[in-house]
Design a protein around this ligand. Structure first.
Ligand code: TYD
Ligand code: MG
Length: 454
């Protein structure tokens, strides 16, 4: 006999409560708690058929006795995707791909599924088969291994899985799924939790990898709770600016590899193209030299990425000067402006400052501080920074230029791309051999000013 219970869940963080309250005591959000009906039955949906025979009972064993074999990875045809996953898809793993609406999650996974060398089931609860076909026609011509299923009920999905026996399953998206064992509506916390745990059990016990697409909320978290991120093996994030063509795929959590790797894609009319030499495309090639531009040598994960920083400093029209950034932390910009004001005597307090990282990507690496400062000074003084100069350094609160990690890798990349001078911190220890590139060692903002602005 089914047992029916109701629980109150915070729709923001997933915490459960025995009774309703106005504010969630876990994430402090207001009016996010909603009642959901949960109905528990002993038999899980994917037990249909004979798959339960694959269950085994685990016994504790010594770690030394555990047999390891060479880890098997299912390689996809996308190098960037394999790289982010740490070498390929691990059998039996559950991966979650999050990203803003319209960023290209469905495109990325459909394109991947169509080209996979093994049998794939692409389950879509968001688009009709015709819509998927239209998209698929744009992406690739030959797709022999991919089956499309438009279904949202997990019990029906498991039935089809048993009938077709795929090697890899893509679910677009977890928020559209619902299971018969929970009464609440699709997309609610208890539905997401239940559907995910059914999929996890299925994946682990049949060694079939499953990839889920997850929506994200307006503040950038995966919608329907953090619990989803805890349950899955790998969490990938697809990010970028919808108005730009570049997209970055990043692993936020990875039980089978590093979270340092990123994959870079370009959105074209016929799908996503992999970008293997990102530095070359992010720097504008036009020959006019303009003030307010500086090139930073940043590192995202394991990859060097040369990015162009653009600053515009102008006299404020209104009383309160505006500060606005794209792709860079606004608080950090305010801090750098305060440092320039206090330590280098630039009167920027009454100026509007706009900062932009070109290409629509956002960079967290503190090593781009030096280029940000250089771009601001260049715009403020209206003096052009030579196109053959690049910069890498962190700026401290007292105006000192601090050393950055992986400096050798940065120098080599800058040299490869033909830069002739590079400004770095005096305190950076360099172990690469004497390069063709000239290294300019700076220790304070004043050194940067005299070096660049003369
Ligand atoms: P989509 O994969 O539907 O986004 P998501 O699943 O993350 O919501 O991507 C939609 C956008 O991608 C849409 O605005 C158009 C663009 N796009 C292209 O530019 N080229 C293409 O070949 C495809 C399929 C989509
Ligand atoms: Mg989609």
């Amino acid at each position: 006999m089914a047992k029916t219970t109701t629980t109150f869940y915070c729709q923001n963080c997933g915490t459960s409560f025995a009774k309703w309250q106005g504010q969630c005591t876990s994430c402090n959000d207001w009016n996010t708690i909603a009642e959901e009906i949960t109905q528990k039955e002993a038999k899980k949906s994917w037990d249909i058929g004979n798959s339960s025979t694959k269950r085994r009972v685990a016994k504790p064993i010594k770690i030394a006795d555990i047999q390891t074999s060479q880890e098997v990875r299912m390689k996809t045809t996308s190098k960037e995707f394999n790289r982010v996953l740490g070498g390929g898809i691990v059998p039996g793993s559950l991966t979650l791909l999050g990203g803003e609406p319209g960023i290209g999650k469905s495109t990325l996974l459909l394109q991947l599924a169509l080209k996979l060398p093994f049998k794939t089931l692409y389950v879509s609860g968001e688009e009709s088969a015709q819509q998927i076909k239209m998209r698929a026609d744009r992406l690739t011509k030959d797709a022999d291994n991919c089956l499309i299923l438009t279904e949202t009920n997990t019990q029906h999905i498991f039935k089809q899985i048993e009938a077709t026996n795929p090697d890899f399953i893509v679910i677009d998206s977890i928020q559209t799924l619902h299971t018969d064992f929970v009464e609440s509506s699709a997309g609610s916390i208890s539905q997401i939790r239940e559907c995910t745990s059914e999929l996890i059990q299925f994946a682990k016990e049949t060694s079939t990898p499953v990839l889920l697409i997850g929506h994200i909320t307006k503040d950038g978290n995966i919608a329907g709770p953090k619990i989803l991120e805890h349950m899955v093996d790998t969490v990938l994030q697809f990010e970028g600016d919808r108005n730009h063509v570049y997209r970055i795929l990043r692993a936020i959590k990875n039980r089978f590899g590093s979270t340092q790797e990123i994959g870079i894609f370009e959105m074209l009319g016929n799908g996503l193209r992999e970008v293997s030499n990102p530095s070359e495309i992010l720097i504008s090639k036009n020959s006019d030299q303009l003030s307010g531009n500086a090139i930073a040598v940043s590192i995202e994960g394991m990859r060097t990425l040369l990015v162009e920083i653009q600053a515009l400093v102008s006299t404020a029209v209104y009383g309160t000067p505006q500060r606005s950034t794209t792709g860079y932390n606004a608080k950090r910009l305010n801090m750098l402006l305060a440092v320039l004001e206090k330590r280098a005597g630039f009167r920027l307090g009454a100026k509007d400052v706009f900062l932009n990282i070109t290409g629509g990507i956002s960079v967290d690496d503190p090593a781009i501080d030096l280029a940000v400062v250089a771009a601001i000074l260049s715009s403020n003084e209206d003096i052009v920074i030579d196109k053959n100069i690049c910069l890498a350094g962190e700026v401290g609160l007292s105006g000192e230029i601090r050393p950055v990690n992986k400096i050798d890798q940065r120098i080599l990349e800058a040299e490869k791309l033909g830069f002739t001078r590079m400004l770095i911190s005096k305190h950076n220890k360099i172990s690469v051999k004497k390069n063709k590139i000239e290294l300019v060692l700076v220790s304070k903002i004043e050194d940067v000013v005299s070096e660049l602005l003369g």
